[in-house]
Design a protein. Sequence first.
Length: 672
Amino acid sequence: MPSAAEIAWLIPVLPLLGAVITGLGLISFNRTINRLRKPVAVILLSCLGAAAVLSYAVLLEQLAGAPSVEHLFIWASAGDFTLPMGYVIDPLGAVMLSLVTTIALLVMVYSHGYMAHDKGYVRFFTYLALFSSSMLGLIVSPNLLEIYVFWELVGMCSYLLVGFWYDREGAAHAAQKAFVVNRVGDFGLLLGILGLFWATGSFDFQGISSGLSQAIDLGTVPNWAALTMCLLVFMGPMAKSAQFPLHVWLPDAMEGPTPISALIHAATMVAAGVFLVARLEPLYSQFPLVGMIIAIIGTITCFLGASIALTQMDLKKGLAYSTVSQLGYMMLAMGCGAPIAGMFHLVTHAFFKAMLFLGSGSVIHAMEDVVGHEPILAQDMRLMGGLRKKMPITAITFFIGCIAISGIPPLAGFWSKDEILGQAFNTFPLLWGVGFLTAGMTAFYMFRLYFLTFEGSFRGENKDLQEQLLLASGNSSDESDHAHSPPGVLHESPWSMTLPLSILAVPSVLIGLMGTPWNSRFAALLNPEEAIEMAKTFSWGEFLPLAGASVGISSVGISIAVLGYFLNRIDLDKSVASRFPSINKFLANKWYLDDINEKLFVQGSRKLAKEVLEVDAKVVDGVVNLTGLLTLGSGEGLKYFETGRAQFYALIVFGGVIALVVLFGVLGNPPN
């Protein structure tokens, strides 16, 4: 009987097969397939469930000490050049396969309730299966070229899902923005891949690493060129994992349905960038400067996301900027030479962030029954409050997620974030300081979200406030769904939505214990030698002060949120926002980065296009038109010489001969 790793190629193929079947059904028998919601859901859930079971079997084999497995076949060859494709199973891939299939499966179950009344239910499930298959294919890819293929498939699926409600202007623009920004990063990634192949003759991760090192030693590749290629490759993860300044697409991606927001932010698209950097760790570890640049970019992203989240009133966008910040932590770890710490935070973050996003979807689902389906109203926390009494399961799981992401022990976020901060303290103390401050900001804005949403009194029935928010957004009440339907009653979400929340709460609490620094079973799986070294060098004298400081700054952030939004002892709007209006405006306008991009790239490209159009119209068209006029004029003149009379032609020839004789005579005997 073959091992799970031997048939692991089925993991991406199974959801792909389900997506192809339903996709072809939609193309061929659209109305019939759209009516078969439950059969379609069963087929796709079964395919993804089977992939999840295989992933768990692969992970268990790796935990038991099974060797890595790689199966390749020659996809293309020309002379001495061969291009292998296939799949690879190793501890890092096994962890990611289990993570992606688990989150994707729970998101799909959740979507059955969330998208129950959506006319695009079947299409949404098909996209989800295709998206999951693309990410799973990326994980098992054995080389950079194959990764690039699935990388682009992930980008295509994200475009389809972010713009799923394409009839909404905001969703259409968000999908275009995500597509364009990611193309910028992917262009850099492609140049870097081609450059590394030119330098090493290989697309294989280990082959690239050793080949580039040899090329530098032999002097065939200058050091600056190697650095450039490494940074070009990093542009891909910068865009996919929303690192500054290519992070601007991720918050706008909230225009898509909430389940896909959870999947993108937890285990698929944004995780792809961090995963690729981890795969390339043998390459990046050769260049300390590249590591420092990655760490700096990660730190800037970490602080930027947290600072903008402080002022957000849209529930989903607050969580989106939280994701940007946490991705910054992961890249900080990668830059500090601690890929295991970064991957561990990716895993813990995936569980509690998926739970938080699905919890926000549960809230929005309930709010839509009261304020209508206008996203401006259903997602604005100023219209929420007091939901804990009506939605206890959602509130409890959301609260657990807030504690986890704030880094309070013993929940998952404490162990992974503390490990990153500890590595940063030893490598780049200044960057540790920024990450330490960001930890306090994270705790504050997350509990701000919780208290505004679930505590206090319900504010959703305030018609004046609804009208103000609609007017501020450029809409009016007669354009919203709420104006055409009577308000409903707040209620807890159905079991298909609360069950995934309850399941995700368990790893959000417990999975961090897999990475305790004195006995890290997570590190033992990915790199046993490093796990042994961590256990040997562990010191309570170093651990307790750093961990205590981290918990302390988080506790300060939580305390301020309690005083400001739960006990109402301090008015943060008056005490902070009114005293520092420029800072508040700066953060509320997202550091003006969207405005800068609009001015430089959108308007700038339009201006350039207009100037190019002017050049085309006046210069290029002018030359073409002049050529046409000259041809027309010469033709008009010459037609009078076409008489058809031989005597006239002879006269012309005679005149031409006389003219040539005179000309050569003058040239041969120039006057004195």
